[in-house]
Design a protein around this ligand. Structure first.
Ligand code: SAM
Length: 310
């Protein structure tokens, strides 16, 4: 079959399956299968596909027709201008999360060696974008999911940032000792040389706790896109009935993990501003701010641990 015929029938097929932007998807999947760019598709419409290429194209079209996000098929998503590998074990990084990175960079200006932890790192996109920008920061990336941590570590290596970011498995900010790094074999949880966090110890003395936590309430599941509900990890998306089951403990534990004057910055759901701001008690937090996204939707909430000396 010629390339242009394969494309035309793929567009019809994706349209019939109700996949949005069928031409763009058909082209993108063919580019992925052939390992070529869009210019090649237009320059060689008469190129014959091999039997192997036809079979592979057929497979990825079948996957995409089920609603599986293209990023889980081709395994990549760009974030902060960097290329991240993704798998169904991690949330696909979203452009709106770049507002969180921007907010943290702004708040970190003037701090010479900020010590940061990204809670619920997933693909590692936030921690690695921060490491890319802040050459002298000490950065930890933690997640409950071991599979997510594997992807985040792979991304650190691909981006040549593995010496800059340390990883640990944790429930919010409580480190979970892993079998590979059990206290008997290895007294610390550090995965790279340098600073380490002792097993069973929690995080302390940080300048920043940063997080894009799961924040969708089970009650709002029907408002979330079908592809998110069906294909993205539930643990990355949902957080109890109201969506606050991780944000609540995060605020509490971040207060313990931060230095006085340190910042907690987190992404929130579109209707959560008041509920989250209410959790940042003025007896513990100051300078609370809400950052809207380009559509004016409150997207990031940040607050500073009250400096009791001030
Ligand atoms: C919304 S995703 C964010 C992923 C990534 N930081 C991003 O912005 O694309 C939330 C992440 O939190 C992790 N997570 C969920 N519950 C957690 C918990 N109790 N402790 C630590 N991480 C948790 C999930 O595994 C998931 O990777």
């Amino acid at each position: 079959m010629e390339l242009k015929q394969a494309l035309a029938s793929a567009v019809d097929r994706l349209e019939a399956a109700d996949v949005g932007s069928p031409r763009m998807n058909a082209e993108m999947l063919l580019m992925f299968v052939l390992g070529v760019n869009r210019a090649y598709l237009y320059a060689h419409p008469e190129r014959e596909l091999t039997a192997g290429e036809e079979t592979r194209y057929e497979e990825v079209l079948a996957q995409r027709s089920t609603g599986m996000p293209a990023q889980y098929i081709n395994g990549h998503q760009e974030f902060w201008g960097l290329d991240f590998v993704v798998s169904p074990a991690v949330l696909i990084p979203r452009p709106e999360t770049e507002h969180l990175v921007e907010t943290v960079l702004e708040l970190a200006r003037g701090i010479p060696h900020p010590k940061m932890v990204d809670v619920g790192t997933g693909s590692g996109c936030i921690a690695l974008a921060l490491a890319h920008e802040l050459k002298s920061a000490e950065i930890w990336a933690v997640d409950l999911s071991s599979e997510a941590l594997e992807i985040a570590r792979a991304n650190a290596a691909r981006l040549q940032l593995e010496e800059r970011v340390r990883f640990a498995r944790s429930n919010v900010l409580a480190v979970i000792p892993s079998q590979d790094f059990s206290p008997s074999r290895e007294p610390a949880l550090s995965l790279s040389k340098g600073t380490s966090i002792a097993a069973h110890d929690d995080f302390r003395d940080f300048d920043f706790v940063v997080s894009n936590p799961p924040y969708v309430g089970f009650g709002e599941a029907d408002k979330v896109q079908r592809s998110v509900r069906e294909f993205e990890p539930q643990v990355a998306v949902f957080a109890g009935e109201q969506g606050l089951d991780i944000i609540g403990p995060l605020i509490e534990q971040a207060h313990r993990a931060l230095k006085p004057g340190g910042w907690l910055a987190m992404e929130i759901g579109y209707s959560m501003r008041d509920a989250v701001v209410d959790l940042l008690s003025p007896t513990m937090w100051e300078e609370v701010r809400v950052v809207p996204d380009l559509q004016g939707i409150p997207r990031v909430v940040a607050g500073r641990k009250l400096n009791e000396q001030s």
